[in-house]
Ligand binder design. Structure first.
Ligand code: FAD
Length: 426
């Protein structure tokens, strides 16, 4: 049967990351034939989980799903994902090396900070947090993302927070979300993420983050996804797709759901330059612990405010109840953001020394499992950048993904849905 573009050919989606799979799902639900072509051997793009021979499930980089994301709520069956949440809050290792625990700092800021005789922030800081929670509660996520922006660090200063809370809380917490310790990321994204943390949980599927794309892929017919199928070029404005195998496929339309650099390689001069072509790197180092979990974990994220540290945040994902470590063992995920210039061995040794200073001699017993260096983890999203760039490039050519929006799963899913909507009225 011909579709509304007058063609019996499928809509070809290049890339089986979250954006491509979301787009394919919405089109398939509406009865449109789709074909997803993915260069690698599995779905997920930047959301992948490896299973080691001894039974650890390692996400390729520390990553969480904020359960309140509007697009995620539209798309996923949370029950089937068996989501496991981190306790809301964080243990912060402050600049002086002392630790303080913040329970629910964004859910119930006054309680979280007021109960503490903690030097994490001033009395005014606590009131400002409560004020922002209340202000943002009155806005939709779309309204927040549409706001004009400055760098988050400038926003925090203008809002009136002290250096104390910026250094001890905002830099380690939001620096971890942005992979940008200096908080140069745009403030409209800060407001969106702040609201999402305040209103939802930070969770992981029990079997690892790759369960998210797997759930979307499972809703498509098996023949609608072809793995290990790198695309080399798109021609005729989105009517022809050329594969590395030499095959050429006819398409009703093409959706570029790759990352930004791959899209540029595919289209070259035909693709408008992205607002920011740069990306932020991160490194995730995993250790195994003997015994169920370190006693100081308590299922809460650990943030490091110490200047110059390579350990930026530490999580113990098995403490959430996720099945990511073999019985009787625990898992430690250590994130290091930005460029460190160290080979894996030297980085692991430096991290171990910092972990011993933080968690005690027990960290010397933690067994190094694997290190993931992710060069293009998040697209840079700077002040003034639009929350969404043009998604339609031609009559039969579209694009989606976080790089044409903002650096989040919500953006990848959302742009995928919007492209599907455009195609359905095409
Ligand atoms: C370490 C890390 C931590 C993160 N933490 C969070 C977090 O906590 N919360 C959050 O919301 N977001 C987080 N993110 C961001 C989130 O993962 C991304 O925004 C999202 O996965 C992007 O999806 P995408 O579909 O736009 O792109 P991608 O995942 O990059 O997918 C693009 C796909 O296109 C394929 N492709 C590329 N070129 C070709 C070609 N020529 N032919 C065929 N296929 C091709 C790629 O192989 C890939 O599968 C994190 C990302 C990383 C890496």
């Amino acid at each position: 049967m011909a579709n509304s573009t007058g063609s019996t050919d499928p809509i070809i989606i290049i890339g089986a990351g979250m954006a491509g799979l979301a787009c394919a799902n919405w089109l398939h639900r509406a009865g449109r034939p789709v074909l997803v072509l993915e260069a690698t051997d599995a779905v997920g793009g930047r959301v992948r989980t490896d299973v080691t021979p001894d039974g650890f499930r390692l996400d390729r980089g520390f990553q969480i799903l904020l359960t309140n994301y509007p697009e995620a709520r539209r798309m996923f069956d949370y029950g089937a994902l068996n989501l496991k949440s981190f306790r809301s809050g964080a243990v912060v290792r402050m600049t002086d090396g002392h630790e303080t625990t913040l329970e629910n700092p964004l859910h119930a800021p006054i309680m979280a900070f007021a109960a503490l005789a903690s030097p994490i922030g001033t009395a005014k800081d606590k009131l400002l947090l409560a004020k922002l929670v209340a202000q943002l509660a009155g806005c939709t996520p779309a309204q927040l993302l549409a706001r004009p922006s400055v760098a988050t660090i400038d926003y925090l200063h203008r809002y009136g927070w002290s250096e104390q809370i910026i250094t001890n809380f905002f830099k380690p917490f939001f620096g971890g979300v942005y992979l940008d310790r200096e908080l140069g990321t745009a403030s409209n994204f800060f407001e969106f993420v702040f609201q999402q943390f305040a209103q939802g949980a930070a969770a992981v599927p029990a079997l690892g983050m790759q369960q998210l794309p797997e759930q979307l892929a499972a809703r498509l017919p098996a023949e609608a996804i072809r793995l290990s199928m790198p695309v080399m070029a798109v021609s005729e404005g989105g009517r022809r797709v050329h594969l590395a195998s030499g095959e050429t496929l006819a398409a009703a339309a093409v959706v570029l759901a790759t990352d930004g650099p791959a899209a540029a390689r595919l289209l070259g001069a035909d693709l408008p330059a992205p607002a920011s072509p740069a990306a932020r790197p991160t490194t995730c180092t995993y250790f195994a612990t003997a015994g169920a979990a370190p006693s100081h974990g308590h299922n809460i994220l650990h943030l490091n405010a110490r200047p110059g540290a390579l350990v930026h945040n530490v999580a113990f994902p098995a403490e959430t109840g996720a099945s990511v470590a073999p019985l009787g063992q625990g898992l430690v995920s250590v994130s290091t953001h930005g460029e460190h210039g160290l080979p894996e061995d030297a980085l692991t040794a430096r991290l171990r020394a910092e972990l011993i200073a933080w968690f005690g001699p027990v960290a010397n017993m933690w067994r190094h499992l694997r290190t993931y260096r992710i060069e293009q983890a998040l697209p840079v999203y700077g002040p003034g950048q639009p929350a969404q760039q043009e998604l339609q490039l031609g009559d039969t050519l579209f694009r989606c993904g976080d790089w044409v929006s903002y650096p989040s799963l919500n953006a990848a899913l959302g742009t995928g849905r919007q492209v599907a909507d455009m195609l359905l009225v095409h």
